[in-house]
Ligand binder design. Structure first.
Ligand SMILES: NC(=O)c1ccc[n+]([C@@H]2O[C@H](COP(=O)([O-])OP(=O)(O)OC[C@H]3O[C@@H](n4cnc5c(N)ncnc54)[C@H](OP(=O)(O)O)[C@@H]3O)[C@@H](O)[C@H]2O)c1
Length: 261
């Protein structure tokens, strides 16, 4: 079985990818700056956890030695986004090429190159680094995760559940994302190409907020809120939706019923 490196494998998507890779019988190494404790929720039994920093490059040679395929599920918040996505992916891919890694898979976001949102611009730079790399590359762009949509509703203050105005989402389960990423790791789908996938249904933010409210028992009124800036514009333009690429996966309401939110 090939040795698979999950970069950012302690994160939300990375944990699901690590679990799927172990389930499929791969030899799995996980890289992140912090190595999780064996009894933490981030720890997937069977994976080999190592510390590495994409931005400084510390530890990259050690984690890439002997790896056949890498899958990048790293993330960065705020200013760190451009460091992790632009600089970090350069460091990772150059070191991977030196160590003879054959293939790379990147988790990205649908229509990420069509938005002026700063985080998306950094993500688009990351995609370009993968496209330009010496490795055989597969990019998987997905719609927003169920957890991300729930986080919007959770963010409201007392008595308010914010639902972005004139906005729909097509949320997807990270378990479905992980399975699609693992197909790419195993070489399925065209090489040096981008695959776009969306959750099973497009629903308005108000419809999704109602489902979240009912599943969580949250109190408060669902209030239509206008999200300013480039991200709000991207969502209102529907650039977060790919209805033609909907998969037959776990929908938001089923995910809510089976999750602690
Ligand atoms: N949220 C969504 O709806 C959505 C939809 C489509 C695609 N995506 C993409 O999916 C990816 C994963 O998102 P997520 O929410 O699963 O991320 P996350 O939970 O924030 O996890 C990020 C991972 O990256 C690691 N990391 C951060 N900085 C690092 C560095 N300098 N060096 C090495 N590792 C580093 C973190 O570990 P340490 O902090 O310990 O280093 C962690 O393992 C992102 O690229 C995001 O753009 C997200």
């Amino acid at each position: 079985m090939p040795r698979v490196l999950v970069v950012g494998g302690t994160g939300l998507a990375g944990r699901a990818v690590t679990a799927a890779a172990i389930d499929r019988g791969h030899d799995v190494v996980v890289a992140s700056r912090r190595v999780p404790d064996d009894d933490s929720a981030e720890f997937v039994p069977g994976a080999d956890y190592r510390s590495a920093d994409l931005v400084s490059g510390d530890g990259l040679e050690e984690v890439l030695d002997g790896v056949d395929v890498l899958v990048d599920t790293s993330n960065g918040a705020g200013r760190a986004a451009s460091h992790v996505f632009a600089t970090g992916s350069q460091n990772l891919l150059h070191t991977a090429a030196r160590f003879g890694v054959r293939q790379a898979v990147l988790l990205s976001i649908v229509n990420v190159d069509r938005s002026a949102y700063r985080y998306y611009r950094a993500k688009a730079a990351q995609e370009r680094n993968y496209q330009d790399s010496a490795l055989e590359t597969r990019i998987v762009r997905t719609t927003q995760f169920h957890e991300f949509v729930s986080s919007i509703f959770q963010r409201g203050g007392l008595g308010i559940i914010p639902a972005p105005a004139k906005t729909s989402f097509q949320p997807i389960a990270v378990t479905d994302v992980a399975s699609i990423l693992m197909d790419a790791v195993e070489g399925r789908g065209a090489a040096n190409a981008t695959r776009t996938v969306g959750g099973p249904r497009v629903e308005t933010s108000r419809e999704l907020a109602k489902q979240w409210k009912s599943a969580t028992g949250a109190r408060g009124s669902i209030v239509s809120t206008r999200l300013g800036g480039a991200l709000g514009a991207t969502w209102r333009a529907g650039d977060n939706l790919v209805p033609r690429d909907a998969i037959d996966g776990v929908g938001y309401s089923d995910w809510l019923s089976s999750s602690v939110v």
